[in-house]
Write a protein that binds this ligand. Structure first.
Ligand code: GUN
Length: 298
C-alpha cells in the first residue's frame, strides 16, 4: 500500500533557525547590536500566549533581542496604538508583531496599518500586501505561514513550475498570500473556499493541495490526487476521549491517516507548517533589520 512521505517541518525549521545563528552573529558584528523583535500580546487567549512564548524563545535561541509587550484583555484601542507608536519610533526595534486576534474593542485593520511597513514582520500591512501582489518580493516582508508552506512544498517537490496549486481558504493571513507565492513559483493557482462548487473534485486536480480553513479533518483521503503534495496549515484542538476523559489533541484540516495513503508527500500536525511559521518570522526579523541598517551578509 502507498504511504506518503511525511514532510518533517520541525527538522526543516530547525535547519533554518540554526543557519540564522551565524547570520545573527555576523549582523551583530556589523551593526553593534543583534536584530530586535517586539511581540505585542493583548489579552490572555491561551493559544496566543503559547505562540508568543515560542516566538520569544526561538528569537533568544538564535541570539536576537526579544521584547514582549503584554496588555490586559480590556485594554483600549488607544493603549494598543500607543504601544505600536512607541515601537515604531524606537530605532533599536527592527521587527514588530501584534498577535492576532485582538479583543473586539480594538480595530484589527487599524492596528495592522499602523505598524511601520519596514518593521512589519507579519507581512500584513497593505504596503507589503501590495508589494507581494506586484511580485516585488525582494522589497516585501512576506507572511510567515504561507512562506513556510511554499518552502515545504519545494523541499518535497523541488521546482514547482507548472504545477497546479489548489489552496482551500481565502484568508488575508494564509490563503491569499499563499496564492501569490505559489504564483511567483510559476504554479497554476486556484483559490477555493466555502462557496466553491464540487470542492472534492477540484482538490483532486491539485498537484499541491494546501488546506487552510480551520476545520478539523475536513479534507478527506478521496480529495487527494495520487502522489500529490499535501500541505496542512490547520491547527485545531479537538476532544480525544481515546486518551482519557477530558483530554484533547491537535489535528489539521486534513484527515492525515486517510490522505497519507494516497498522497506522495504530506505535512503532519503538529510538526509540519507550525514550526516553519516561527522560522520564517525569525528570517523576516533578520531581513527587516538588514534592510533598515543597509547590511548585506554573504
Ligand atoms: N494569529 C494567528 N496567526 C498569526 C500570525 O501569523 N501572526 C499574528 N500576528 N497573529 C496570528
Amino acid at each position: 500500500m502507498n504511504q506518503a512521505e511525511t514532510i518533517d517541518g520541525k527538522a526543516i525549521a530547525a535547519r533554518i533557525t540554526d543557519a540564522l545563528v551565524g547570520k545573527c552573529a555576523a549582523y551583530k558584528n556589523a551593526v553593534g547590536a543583534p536584530p530586535c523583535l517586539a511581540v505585542v500580546l493583548v489579552g490572555d487567549d491561551p493559544a496566543s500566549a503559547v505562540y508568543v512564548r515560542n516566538k520569544g524563545k526561538t528569537a533568544k535561541k538564535i541570539g536576537f533581542q526579544s521584547i514582549q509587550e503584554t496588555l490586559p484583555g480590556d485594554a483600549s484601542e488607544r493603549d494598543v496604538v500607543d504601544i505600536v507608536d512607541k515601537l515604531n519610533a524606537d530605532k533599536t526595534v527592527n521587527g514588530i508583531l501584534v498577535q492576532l486576534p485582538l479583543p473586539q474593542q480594538v480595530d484589527e485593520d487599524k492596528i495592522i496599518e499602523l505598524v511601520d511597513p519596514e518593521k512589519d514582520v507579519d507581512g500584513f500591512h497593505p504596503i507589503n500586501v501590495g508589494r507581494l501582489g506586484a511580485g516585488a518580493l525582494e522589497k516585501a516582508l512576506i507572511p510567515c505561514t504561507p512562506a513556510g508552506s511554499v518552502l515545504l512544498a519545494k523541499e518535497a517537490l523541488g521546482d514547482l513550475t507548472g504545477r497546479h496549486a489548489v489552496i482551500i481558504g481565502r484568508s488575508n493571513i494564509v490563503g491569499k498570500p499563499a496564492a501569490q507565492l505559489f504564483l511567483a513559483e510559476n504554479c497554476t493557482v486556484t483559490i477555493a473556499h466555502s462557496r466553491t462548487r464540487d470542492l472534492p473534485a477540484l482538490a483532486r486536480d491539485a498537484d499541491i493541495l494546501v488546506a487552510a480553513v480551520g476545520r478539523p479533518e475536513m479534507v478527506k483521503g478521496d480529495w487527494v490526487k495520487p502522489g500529490a503534495c499535501v500541505i496542512d496549515v490547520g491547527i485545531n484542538r479537538v476532544d480525544a476521549p481515546e486518551k482519557g476523559a477530558g483530554k484533547t489533541k491537535l489535528v489539521g484540516d486534513v484527515d492525515f491517516a486517510a490522505a497519507s495513503k494516497i498522497a506522495g508527500f504530506i505535512t503532519p500536525v503538529p510538526g509540519g507548517v507550525g514550526p516553519m511559521t516561527i522560522a520564517m518570522l525569525m528570517q523576516n526579523t533578520l531581513t527587516a533589520a538588514m534592510r533598515q541598517n543597509g547590511v548585506t551578509l554573504d
